[in-house]
Design a protein around this ligand. Structure first.
Ligand code: F0G
Length: 449
C-alpha cells in the first residue's frame, strides 16, 4: 500500500466553528490586521504555530492523571528525567515552563555585553534573549539556506567557513557558545546534517567554545538525517538523536514541539559548574529544580511525548503530511521554500507578491488574505517579525502535530491556490503602533489603498 495514513484514531473531537467571509472581514479589522490579535474561536484552520498545539495521546492523558504533584523529587520528575537522560545522555536536566525560559536562564549566564552568539538562524525568542543579555546574535546559515528555491538536503546547516571567519574576527573569548537550531525554524524548518554538527563541533573544540543545540524539533531533524544522509539509513531514530546530543555541550528545548506537549521546556547542560548556576536561576524564577515551573502532570505528558515522537510510523506520517502540502502548492505554481521543511511550509511571499515591497510587508498581506478568504491563520516570518534583520519574506503554514486530517490539509491547499490566483489584487500594510521588541505579537496595521 502506498498511502501513508494518520497512525491514530480520533477519540475526542473539538468542533470548528465555520465562519463566512464578511464575518472574517470584521474580525480582521477589529484585530488591526494582526492575526495574533484574532480570537482562536474565529479561526477555522489554525496554522499559526506547531508550538503547544499538539493533540495528546491517550497515554499522555493517562499520565496527566498519574502526575505526582509533590514539590520536590516527584515521581513524575524522576520519570521525565530518566526519559530525557536515555534520549540525550546529558548529565544535567532542568525542566522549565517553555523553551524561552531555558534560553533566558542560559543567556543570563553566558551572554552579556561584548559577547557574540552565532547560530545557523536564531529563532525570534532566542535572538531576543541573546540581545536582552546585551550580547550580539549572528546568523551563519549556509548560503543555500537563504535561497528559497535552491534544493539542498540539509539547508539548515551552519556554514563552517562563516563560523571560522567570525571566530577569527571577534576572537573565541567573546563567543560563549555556538548554537545550532535543529530543525532551522526561521530558515524554513530545514534540517541540519550529522556531518555538519560534527564539523561545527570540531571547530568549537579547536577554539574551546561549547556547542549548544536549540533542539525543539530534534526528532524531525533525526528523521531527515535517517532519510537523507549517506550511511544513516540503517540507524534508528533513537541512535541518531543520541549522537546529535552527544556532540553537544548543552541544549535548550521547547517541549511544545517534538515533546508533543502543550507546555514545557528543558535546559540540558554538561558542565557541572554551569549547571549549578542554572539551578539557582531556575529556582529564582521558574521553580524548584524538579518541577521548573510545571505541574507534575505536565512532566508526565512531556515524558510520554518525548517517547512517542520517536516512533517511525509517527515520523513518517508527520513528515509526509507536510511534504504533501508543499508538493501540491508547488504544482499549483506557489513559490515555497524548497524542499518542504519538517513542521511547516513556508510560502515565499516576496516572490508571490512582487508588487508589494518589504516595507509594506508582503508576508502580512498574504496572511490577511488567507484569513479573509478561508479562515486560515498563518504566521508572517519576514520584515514584520525581524525588521531590518529579515532576509526573506515568508509566510509559515505550521502544522500542529496529530491535529488536522488530510481533508483539512486539502482545504488549505485549495485556499492558498485561490488566493494566489488573485495575487495582483493584494495590498500592502503599514504599521501604526508597535513595541520595540517582538513587535509581531502586538503591532497594529492598516491596509494601504
Ligand atoms: N527555538 C525555536 C527554534 C523555536 O521554534 C521556538 C518556538 C523556541 C525556541 C521557543 O520556545 O515557544 O517554548 O518558548 N517556536 C514557536 C513557533 C513559538 O511558533 O515556532 P517556546
Amino acid at each position: 500500500m502506498k498511502s501513508i495514513i494518520e497512525p491514530f484514531r480520533i477519540k475526542m473531537v473539538e468542533p470548528i466553528r465555520l465562519t463566512t467571509e464578511p464575518q472574517r472581514e470584521a474580525v480582521l479589522r477589529r484585530a488591526d490586521f494582526n492575526l495574533f490579535r484574532v480570537p482562536a474561536d474565529d479561526v477555522m484552520i489554525d496554522l499559526l504555530t506547531d508550538s503547544g498545539t499538539s493533540a495528546m495521546s491517550s497515554e499522555q492523558w493517562a499520565g496527566m492523571l498519574r502526575g505526582d504533584e509533590s514539590y520536590a523529587g516527584a515521581r513524575s520528575w524522576h520519570r521525565f528525567e530518566s526519559v530525557m537522560r536515555e534520549l540525550t545522555g546529558m548529565p544535567h536536566i532542568l525542566p522549565t515552563h517553555q523553551g524561552r525560559a531555558s534560553e533566558r536562564i542560559l543567556f543570563e549566564l553566558v551572554g552579556g555585553p561584548g559577547k557574540v552568539v552565532p547560530n545557523n538562524t536564531h529563532f525570534d525568542t532566542t535572538r531576543a534573549n541573546v540581545e536582552h543579555s546585551g550580547a550580539e546574535a549572528v546568523d551563519l546559515v549556509i548560503d543555500e539556506g537563504l535561497r528559497p528555491r535552491e534544493r539542498h538536503p540539509f539547508k539548515g546547516n551552519l556554514d563552517p567557513a562563516k563560523l571560522e571567519r567570525l571566530i577569527a574576527g571577534v576572537g573565541a573569548s567573546r563567543i560563549p557558545l555556538v548554537m545550532v537550531t535543529i530543525t532551522n525554524n526561521s530558515g524554513g524548518g530545514q534540517p541540519v546534517s550529522l556531518a555538519n554538527l560534527r564539523e561545527v563541533k570540531a571547530i568549537c573544540t579547536r577554539h574551546g567554545i561549547p556547542l549548544f543545540l536549540d533542539a525543539c524539533r530534534f526528532a524531525e531533524n533525526a528523521f531527515f538525517i535517517q532519510r537523507r544522509e549517506p550511511g544513516q539509513g540503517e540507524r534508528s531514530i533513537r541512535q541518531i538523536v543520541r549522537e546529535m546530543f552527544e556532540l553537544a555541550d548543552g541544549a535548550t528545548i521547547s517541549a511544545k514541539k517534538d515533546g508533543l506537549a502543550n507546555i514545557g521546556g528543558v535546559l540540558l547542560l554538561r558542565d557541572d559548574a554551569l549547571a549549578r548556576r542554572a539551578d539557582d536561576l531556575c529556582i529564582l524564577t521558574e521553580g524548584f529544580v524538579t518541577y521548573g515551573g510545571l505541574a507534575g502532570r505536565d512532566l508526565e505528558a512531556m515524558a510520554q511525548g518525548f517517547t512517542e515522537v520517536l516512533e517511525d510510523d509517527y515520523l513518517r506520517y508527520r513528515i509526509r503530511s507536510v511534504e504533501y502540502l508543499g508538493e501540491r502548492l508547488l504544482e499549483g505554481g506557489v513559490p515555497i521554500v524548497e524542499p518542504p521543511g519538517g513542521h511547516a511550509i513556508y510560502i515565499d511571499a516576496g516572490a508571490l507578491l512582487p508588487q508589494i515591497p518589504s516595507e509594506q510587508f508582503p508576508g502580512q498581506a498574504l496572511v490577511c488574505a488567507l484569513y479573509r478568504h478561508a479562515g486560515i491563520r498563518a504566521c508572517e516570518i519576514g520584515s514584520v517579525m525581524f525588521g531590518a534583520h529579515a532576509k526573506m519574506e515568508l509566510v509559515r503554514l505550521a502544522i500542529p502535530r496529530r491535529v488536522y486530517t488530510q481533508s483539512h490539509i486539502d482545504y488549505v491547499i485549495e485556499a492558498v491556490l485561490e488566493v494566489a490566483e488573485r495575487r495582483s489584487r493584494l495590498r500592502g500594510l503599514r504599521i501604526v503602533e508597535a513595541p520595540p521588541s517582538l513587535r509581531h505579537f502586538s503591532a497594529r496595521f492598516v491596509e494601504l489603498t
